[in-house]
Design a binder for this molecule. Sequence first.
Ligand code: ZN
Length: 633
Amino acid sequence: MSKAMESHSQGKTLMLESHTDLERGVIPASFGRSAFDVGPAARGKPRTQRSLAFDILKAVVVSFFLLNIPSIHWFHKNTADGTPSLSTQVRIGAIPPNETSEFCPQAAPLLPIKHADLVKKLDAVYCDEDYRLAAYKALSGAVQIPTESYDDLGPVGVDPRWDTFAKLHEYLEKTFPAVFSTLEVTKVNTYGIVLRWQGSDATLLPVLLTAHQDVVPVEPATAKDWIHPPYSGHYDGTWVWGRGSGDDKSDLIASLHAITALLEQGFTPTRTFVWAYGFDEEAAGTQGAGQLAVYLEKEYGANGFAALLDEGGSYGTPYGPSVIFATPSLAEKGYIDIRLEVSTPGGHSSRPPPHTGIGILAALLVALEAHPHDAALVRGGSAYNSTLCAAAYGPTFPEPLRRLAFKAAAGGGSNSDADADADRALEELKDALLAAYPANAALLRTTQAVDLVAGGVKVNALPELASAVVNHRIAQHDRVVGVQAHLAGVVRPLAAQFGLTVDAFGRAVPAGDGRGGHVRLSDAWGTALEPSPVTPTGAGDAYQVLAGTIKATLESARGYNASGVVVAPQLVLGNTDTRYYWALTKNIFRYKHLSEKDRFNGAHTINEAVRAEAWIESIRFYTRFILNFDEHL
Ligand SMILES: [Zn+2]
């Protein structure tokens, strides 16, 4: 997943607030919108309380941008006598992360107060070399159990390949006896694990933490390419090697370590905490999280949890080493696999028509790739907000993009000249982002990938059926029905040309007369998923506790030498187990407290390994997460 481009901005108050009426008007109304107020109605909202002063000052702001003054950033700062000074209101480049930009508001680092001593004590425990080695050993042991999940697994109890999970359960119970004897343990669909740590105050909504027990299979042909065998769990003094060491036994084992450490210190929570460990996240999730979701909703009710933490975005230094950007995901893209089936008359290959069914299918696929979905940068959307975070705080974020970002943020949505200017800047920014970070195009558009193709049975028989499946990850601004309409629109003129009738998702679409055959578009496996709801980031929302916890954990880490931490929420391109959990809470966080540089290689490929010392940080993070959510939410 890309790191750089996404984020959020709450934009609740004006940048230059509360000093004079003039200043109150400096930053246009777009800054007063709610974080994800992205609908057309919101974009076109008429302004209120416009004053002449407002327009004059805005013109000044706009002309600054038009004059291409590099990277102007407006921020709230007074001179010694308390009056705002224009010279201090303009800054070149990024602002330091310990100042707050209204482009990307930051939570303060959050520390447990009631249990401040406990945190200190546990930090000392986590520094202890014996503790660390024992912790690595527990991770290594879990990696050694190859809990692979496959796309073609049958139901639990029918397909014997699930049996490996019983070994993992045995291992976890043996390795973390305090957890399994103290917390209430429930198994869902045999291999789903639910742990419940009862809090003393039953009126507080519980918090849910999740991780998955399964791993993607190791491609047998690549096993020899691993530096250490994929299920060795080898610790070489720096790295713990093996499939699952980073995804996601790292989270599974770190969370169990954190619970154990808290139990050993005699901590008892006020709020109830629940852990749910799925076991087929890397497949469809239907056997694990799908069933766990049913159980959890029955047990706790819809919106029965105060917050949910699953794996997801991490942290790193994409804009220079001095500022750490942590990127929890507050939303995920939608999903649909679309099957295109072309049925054509069969016959002998010695008298073929100009185009066989396979040729027609190929023409349809070529047309699809020639018509990618439109990229869009939408005010208030995840990609837009994260771009503003990068522009506000990223020292090496490209200056021309920074200029465009601030210019785009300075208005938009109305018919005024200034807003038209901001809207143009937004379009330019989108194009510039696509050019500067082509790998991040997936954040801005619905993606399509032709992944499966089949057709033909015999070399001397014309193919009667040819099909392909196209995978789509649906952008935040798009919907399943929009993707379906796009495909039907691309297919229709070609179908007319080839004389094919068209059935698009159960509806006949006018096209050819049928003499050439028939084309059918369908949701391949019935797994279409809309883009997820977006987690709120308001002042009283659980997000503030998460962001404060991330900051406090990073800023107190051993070896921390950055000038600050920016929490810049983003969009996750894939789907995690949380796709089943939307009904459980609106506060869903997808975040793994592990930097990319602390993983030896990318996800789902050879040489998966995690830097052992850095992984201890995820135990520290879980500890603070539990204590902070117990005390501060
Ligand atoms: Zn994972």
